[in-house]
Design a protein around this ligand. Structure first.
Ligand code: NAD
Length: 499
């Protein structure tokens, strides 16, 4: 990622000092009620802009405004779409420190520096824009056919708390590149930052193009407003990024849905792996934003032959190992029973928190720079089974690579989202790739390399496994249209007799 790391470090230090001063405790979030420059803009945005700059408290009005904006956009050329997308990218990167700070303060999960980085990352060709919409052509004896990508119209987007503004902004970049307008229903715990980002995008788009409300946001989002978007006749396509409940709800919406659902990415490490690189990769991926990424390494299956050496490499790379009783205590602290069936879910107070705070939950003090905790568990530990988004990663000892791959398959739960392997045995890699059948399959690197950050390919914050679109791009949000000229315009052919 091309960012000024020294600048970000300085600003992060400053922001953390402010955040800590405002709330008087750890670095993992701040009291959003605190008055200060991080709280004020988001709090005022929703109140004073209702009905314009994309701020709406009513789904009907939001859809109507987005439809008007869509119609206006439809009269402009591709160059104007490029300009609008560039405005969104530039706001994300140039205001990343402030917006990332607001998101961190409101959601109280993840790591501030990664909130900032995720916004900066949107201002990069790795996140595709208008240039992705290449037409297809067929030409021959019977003339010319051009297949082009048309917009849907107004798209309903449901976004998660784990990356509230980055997902919304990334959706907006893809959807507007394709010529659409959108109405977003953010997670209630990330609604203020979503509204503030949307207000800033629309303000700048309006100044530059005269179009308002191209990106609309429901300022007080609820399950009811999400369902109203699903059911709305003015919404042509719904795009959800979230966990199992919203994925199921979208699939019942009665209209086309792009579903970027949950994951529980397993990692396999076999006896041929570069263990040092494997350890560093697991830490880089799992510790990023305190394991909030849906693609992040959540559980590791390691062949017995190299298990102890990998554990040593993890410690050498800076992670802190928990042993025996400590793992039991961590497991007891990290999960709660929920629902009528009393299934286990991550304890909210530890989800997306720093390793220091996780350690403190079992009375352990670790170096403040500790990126990740880890330890040996058996396969039945809830850290393996539940999509946990925490800075403790379980390592399960396996007799051989076959068992490791089989367990990975089982605990990915058929989401077909993301899986990873560290291996130099092409047969093992191939076997796992085939069996897992996941949208992302990353070999010998951290999870984010699968999205082009340290690897090849493009990036998105919405990875649509259940409905099959994969890593979403502007093409995902288009309809195919064909334009055919019969018998003419094939300029390579013989001159026609009637010419
Ligand atoms: P979440 O499922 O709690 O919420 C996601 C969004 O859906 C929110 O806006 C929420 O208000 C809404 N929602 C939840 N239940 C709903 C229902 N029954 N009807 C309508 N709307 C509903 O998820 P989260 O905690 O915000 O985010 C984490 C989850 O999202 C994880 O499961 C993670 O894997 C997944 N995720 C997936 C991707 C991807 O690209 N596939 C990306 C990010 C996050």
């Amino acid at each position: 990622m091309k960012i000024d790391e020294a600048l970000i470090r300085d600003v992060v230090t400053q922001v953390l000092q402010e955040v800590v001063a405002g709330r008087g405790t750890s670095t993992s979030g701040a009291d959003s009620s605190a008055s200060g420059r991080w709280a004020a803009p988001a709090a005022t945005a929703a109140r004073s802009f209702i009905g314009r700059r994309g701020q709406f408290d009513c789904v009907d009005q939001a859809v109507a405004a987005a439809q008007t904006a869509f119609e206006q956009l439809s009269t402009r050329g591709l160059e104007q779409r490029r300009q609008i997308v560039d405005i969104i990218r530039k706001i994300c990167s140039s205001q990343a420190v402030e917006l990332g700070g607001l998101e961190f303060q409101e959601t109280k999960i993840g790591r501030l520096e990664h909130k900032i980085e995720k916004l900066v990352a949107l201002d990069h060709p790795r996140v595709p824009g208008v240039e992705f919409l290449r037409p297809q052509t067929y030409s021959g004896d019977h003339g010319l056919a051009v297949i082009e990508r048309a917009p849907f119209g107004v798209i309903g987007a449901i976004t998660p708390v784990t990356h509230s503004l980055p997902t919304l902004a990334c959706n907006a970049i893809s959807m507007i590149s394709a010529g659409n307008a959108l109405v977003a229903n953010p997670h209630p715990s990330g609604r203020k930052i979503a509204a503030e980002g949307v207000r800033r995008f629309n303000e700048a788009i309006f100044q530059a193009t005269g179009i308002d409300n191209l990106i609309c946001v429901i300022t007080e989002p609820t399950l009811e407003s999400a369902n109203a978007i699903f059911a709305h006749r003015g919404v042509s396509l719904v795009v959800v990024t979230g966990g199992p409940a919203v994925a199921r709800a979208a699939l019942k919406a009665g209209k086309r849905a792009v579903v970027a659902g949950p994951g529980n990415p397993p990692v396999v490490v076999d006896e041929t792996a570069d263990l040092g690189k494997a350890a560093r990769s697991i830490i880089q991926g799992a510790a990023y934003d305190n394991n909030l990424l849906c693609i992040a390494e959540k559980e590791v299956f390691v062949v017995d032959q190299v298990f102890d050496r990998l554990m040593d490499e993890m410690e050498r790379a800076g992670a802190v190992r928990l042993r025996g009783k400590q793992v039991e205590q961590m497991t007891a602290a990290a999960f709660v029973e929920v629902g009528d069936d009393k299934h286990l879910a991550p304890a909210k107070e530890l989800l997306g928190q720093d390793a220091v705070k996780m350690a403190a939950a079992i009375g352990l003090t670790v170096d403040p720079r500790t990126p990740l905790l880890f330890g040996e568990t058996d396969e039945h530990n809830p850290f393996v089974d539940v999509e946990q988004m925490m800075t403790f990663v379980p390592f399960v000892r396996c007799a051989n690579v076959e068992q490791a791959i089989d367990l990975a398959k089982h605990y990915e739960h058929g989401y077909r989202h993301t899986s990873l392997i560290h291996s130099n045995n092409v047969r093992n890699i191939t076997r796992m790739g085939k069996l897992m059948d996941t949208t992302l399959f990353v070999k010998n690197g951290p999870c984010m390399a699968g999205l082009g950050m340290g690897g090849e390919g493009y990036a998105s914050f919405s990875i649509a496994g259940p409905t099959g679109e994969g890593i979403t791009t502007p093409l995902t949000f288009t309809r195919e249209r064909r334009c055919s000229m019969i018998d003419d315009l094939w300029i390579l052919g013989q001159p026609r007799n009637d010419a």
